[in-house]
Ligand binder design. Structure first.
Ligand SMILES: CC(C)(COP(=O)(O)OP(=O)(O)OC[C@H]1O[C@@H](n2cnc3c(N)ncnc32)[C@H](O)[C@@H]1OP(=O)(O)O)[C@@H](O)C(=O)NCCC(=O)NCCS
Length: 181
C-alpha cells in the first residue's frame, strides 16, 4: 500500500478513481510528455487515463510507489511522483533492473513553485528510511527543468548513460547518507 507522505505544502497520497480527469489532463499535454520515453506520445482518450490510474494503484510495495501529489491547502492534484525499479536497456519488453529510479511529472499550471523538488525530497527521505542504498534518476539530455530538480534535491550528475530504457539519458544518483561510512 502506498504510504501517505506530508511536506510543508503538499500531501503525497495513493491514486483514487476520482483522479482520472486530472491524469488525462496531465498526460494529454505535449509539454508534459515531450521528454518522457523513447517515443513520446500524448494520451488521446480518457480510457488511457483510467488504465494509468489503475496501474498506479496496482504498485503494491512497502517502499516503492507512485504518488498523487496534492496541494495541502485545497487537496488539488498537481502532479505525479514515482519511485520504482528502472527498466534496463535490452530486448523489448524491457526488464526491471536492480536500480530504483525517482521521477516526476507535474501539471504546467503548477510549475515554478518548487513543488516537484519539495515532493521529490520527501520521497527520497522515504526511500532512504526504507533502506534503499541509492536512488537514480534519468532525464532526456534536453530536459533541463528535470535536471534542475535532480540537482536541487542533492543528486550527483554522472554524465550520459545508455544503461536504461534503451535511450541515451543524463544519469543522476544519490546515495543513502545513513549507509555512507
Ligand atoms: C520537470 C518538472 C517537474 C520541473 O518542474 P519545476 O516546477 O520547474 O520544478 P520545481 O517544482 O522544483 O520548481 C522549481 C522552480 O520553482 C521556483 N520556485 C518558486 N518557489 C519555490 C520554492 N518555494 N521552493 C523551491 N523552488 C521554488 C524555483 O526558483 C525554480 O525555478 P527555476 O527552475 O526557474 O529556477 C516539470 O518541468 C515537468 O513536470 N515537466 C514535464 C514532465 C517531465 O519532463 N518530467 C521529467 C521526466 S525525466
Amino acid at each position: 500500500m502506498t504510504s501517505v507522505i506530508k511536506t510543508e505544502r503538499l500531501t503525497l497520497r495513493p491514486w483514487q478513481d476520482s483522479d482520472v480527469d486530472f491524469v488525462y489532463d496531465l498526460y494529454s499535454r505535449w509539454v508534459v510528455q515531450r521528454f518522457i520515453g523513447n517515443e513520446p506520445a500524448v494520451m488521446e482518450h480518457r480510457s488511457e487515463a483510467e488504465t494509468r490510474v489503475r496501474r498506479f494503484q496496482e504498485l503494491d510495495h512497502p517502499v516503492h510507489g507512485v504518488w498523487a501529489v496534492t496541494r495541502q491547502e485545497d487537496g488539488l492534484p498537481v502532479g505525479t511522483l514515482l519511485l520504482k525499479p528502472i527498466p534496463a536497456s535490452g530486448e523489448e519488453p524491457l526488464q526491471a533492473s536492480e536500480d530504483v529510479e525517482i521521477g516526476w511529472h507535474f501539471h504546467p499550471d503548477h510549475w515554478g513553485n518548487g513543488f516537484a523538488s519539495e515532493a521529490a525530497e520527501a520521497v527520497l527521505e522515504h526511500a532512504f528510511a526504507g533502506g534503499l542504498p541509492h536512488v537514480i534518476a534519468v532525464t532526456n539530455p534536453a530536459n533541463e527543468a528535470s535536471q534542475s530538480v535532480c540537482r536541487r534535491i542533492g543528486m550527483e550528475h554522472l554524465g550520459q548513460s545508455k544503461k536504461y530504457y534503451n535511450a541515451k539519458c543524463e544519469l543522476f544518483l544519490v546515495k543513502n547518507p545513513a549507509l555512507e561510512a
